[in-house]
Design a protein around this ligand. Sequence first.
Ligand code: ATP
Length: 309
Amino acid sequence: MNLIETDKLTKRYGSKLALDGVSLELKPGRPVALVGPNGAGKTTLMSLLCGYIRQDSGEMRILGHTPGHAALLGKVSALPQDALLDPNFTVIEQLGFFARLQGFGPKDAQHEALRVLELVDLKDSAKSKPGALSHGMAKRVAIAQSLIGTPKLVLLDEPTAGLDPANARAIRDLIASTSGDTTFMISSHNLEELERLCDTVLYLDKGKLSQSLSLSSLDAKRSVAEAHLTLSLHSEARADLQPRLSSLPGVTHVKAQASGREFILSYAPKPTGHDTYELELALFRLLAQEGISYRQVLNGKSLEDKLFS
Ligand SMILES: Nc1ncnc2c1ncn2[C@@H]1O[C@H](COP(=O)(O)OP(=O)(O)OP(=O)(O)O)[C@@H](O)[C@H]1O
């Protein structure tokens, strides 16, 4: 059964068309990325899926039910962009309360609250009030809340926005390890993060779903004819780097972008051309010889390039 199905989903706020005939079908599985510029309709789509607001026209189903239906109680949850904890109650009291709302008995609610706190590595903060938590810890508590009852679908709006790298990584690891029974839909402007977590990307622009692509199938299709390495540098490269990259074994084309801080190397993969290992070796040798410090070398193209090139 499809996890999510929408058909010509449309939502207006007054004269503003926020979602314009969005049709999609998603199976349960690996996390799904929801991307698009500011105002594209991402939050609106998530709010509709949660049943917080109603569409003006079109259809949608989650696990075969209309969002908000009693059968979905505990099966769908969300972390809104601006999720807030109540400053007057301890973390465990709040999570226990939400577990009770989902139908857990008093004792089981405590156990469930502790279970999800352990998932986000915050069991020691169970008795703290939100005022004693850092921004990153508060976000992790909010994510713990969204995991109460092991829902089938969790919608995360900007889960790592404003977090330091360690907290952002803890959240990414949590999403990766919890994926399976739970499918995450993640809205974020951090394409690098989405690239690491998600196979499927939904791209919204001006309320329209203009792309819905599976990164792995796209990569598989492209790799038959052409493969890519993406080199990201810490700072702008010298002018002679691009021609030197072009002369590496098997390279057919080099595109410079991000003001000379990123290069996409295209090459013909085996059996007709060279293998990645050979090219990577030559690339690392060149970088070492020239004393160039690099941020990362990515096998393939970045998500940003797949979406916008
Ligand atoms: N309650 C509202 N009343 C009026 N207009 C709204 C309301 N909520 C959203 N909009 C408008 O609908 C459009 C889609 O907004 P939405 O918040 O869904 O976009 P988004 O993709 O989540 O944006 P962002 O990346 O900035 O969070 C925008 O033009 C926004 O101004």
